[in-house]
Design a protein. Structure first.
Length: 377
């Protein structure tokens, strides 16, 4: 009986969440130059290329490490990230710990250490990680269960916990030296909420670009990138077929992915029976136009996934103008990846355990740069 009550309570909460998103709000239109005008829709620019262009090169495997052979090995590694110095971090989902990897110059050897206090509800402990970012010498771990961010230094010291003062629970975030920006789990009239680094609320911003994001909460599956160029970040919906760049809290540029809005429109909301007499709205997935991402310098590396063809791609974009550049046909298998310079770290789960693979994509980036130069001529 108790189990049935809990299930019904969850379903009612989901229903109310969806209802809370049915109201429509005005959005803003951005021109190519980033000048904003009040309007009833955001201008989403098309890509110059209409289909994928595949690189003649493939990622070159530099090194492979069996993570199960490490001292204090991870049980289930995920959320892999590089810091600005090329040190690699990943989160152990089952242990609540952060693993830190320092590479030799040729990436053939590693030094391994572990950061964190493990699973739990105390300071520095994690219940359920939703997002993970690195900014300068700080690690920020978004914990859904505690409704805030646990902060560590890259050297391993626990620093503090940041919780939004208005009680909102973050689901995705980005951060710089003075401001925290979140998406929230509760019904919201705007996409984002800004706070100072103590968690004090500063204000909302960001009208919805695609109204389906308000009509179906499942559409809120997306990513916020790290901050770049001081005050810019990317909003990358998983199902819509576009990427939006925000600058100074305004939509500066919105552009289709290489799959575009035509692919996003194939991801449609459908009603699904979840219990006797109860239905819920979910996404019928056809194409993840942004399934995963990694950002370094001017390069945005995106993994897209075609459910019908059961095929993944690595797509490379110029982050400055969101232009699509090139794709990798035989992208390395893996559950998570991160880029630093021309190197890409990939976490791979095998039948025998987890591996860390290091690839060089320098030749692919050079080819993409050459092609971009020819397109500009």
């Amino acid at each position: 009986m108790k189990k049935a009550i809990i299930i019904i309570s969850i379903l009612v909460s989901l229903f109310m969440f969806v209802i809370g998103r049915l109201k429509l709000f005005p959005v803003e239109k951005t021109t190519t130059g980033g000048v904003l005008k009040p309007w009833d829709a955001v201008e989403i620019q098309s890509q110059q290329k209409s289909k994928r262009v595949f690189s003649s090169s493939e990622p070159a495997l530099l090194a492979e490490f069996d993570l199960d052979k490490l001292d204090n090995p991870p049980l289930h590694p995920t959320f892999v990230k590089f810091d600005q110095n090329g040190l690699l971090y990943f989160y152990d989902f089952k242990a609540g710990l952060i693993h830190k990897i320092k590479f030799s110059g040729d990436y053939k050897k590693i030094d391994h250490s572990v950061i964190g206090k493990g699973l739990g509800r105390g300071p520095g402990e994690i219940t359920r990680l939703l997002d993970f970012k690195i900014f300068k010498d700080r690690l920020y771990l978004l914990d859904e269960g505690k409704g805030g961010l646990e902060v560590y230094s890259t050297s391993g010291e626990y620093i503090n916990t940041i919780r939004p003062s208005n009680g909102y629970i973050p689901r995705m975030f980005t951060i710089d030296e003075s401001e925290l920006i979140i998406e929230t789990l509760v019904p919201a009239e705007t996409l984002f909420y800004a706070y100072d680094l103590s968690g004090k609320f500063k204000g909302p911003f960001g009208d919805y670009i695609e109204k389906n994001a308000k009509e179906n909460m499942v559409y809120q599956d997306n990513f916020l990138s790290e901050m770049f160029s001081g005050n810019c970040f990317l909003y990358m919906p998983r199902f819509f077929g576009f990427i939006a760049m925000y600058k100074d809290k305004q939509p500066f540029l919105v552009k289709e992915t290489i799959d575009g809005l035509r692919a996003g429109k194939k991801n449609i909301p459908v009603n699904k029976a979840v219990a006797a007499g109860i239905t819920a709205q979910i996404v019928q997935r056809n194409m993840d136009t942004v399934y995963q991402y990694s950002l370094f310098g001017d390069i945005l590396l995106v993994r897209a996934y075609d459910y019908k063809e059961e095929t993944s791609f690595w797509d490379i974009y110029n982050v400055r103008n969101l232009d699509y550049l090139i794709s990798v046909r035989n992208r390395p298998r893996g559950s998570s990846f991160a880029m630093h310079g021309e190197k890409v770290a990939v976490l791979l789960e095998t039948d025998t355990g987890f591996k860390l693979l290091i690839y060089d994509i320098g030749s692919i980036i050079k080819e993409a740069t050459r092609n971009a130069g020819k397109d500009a001529e």
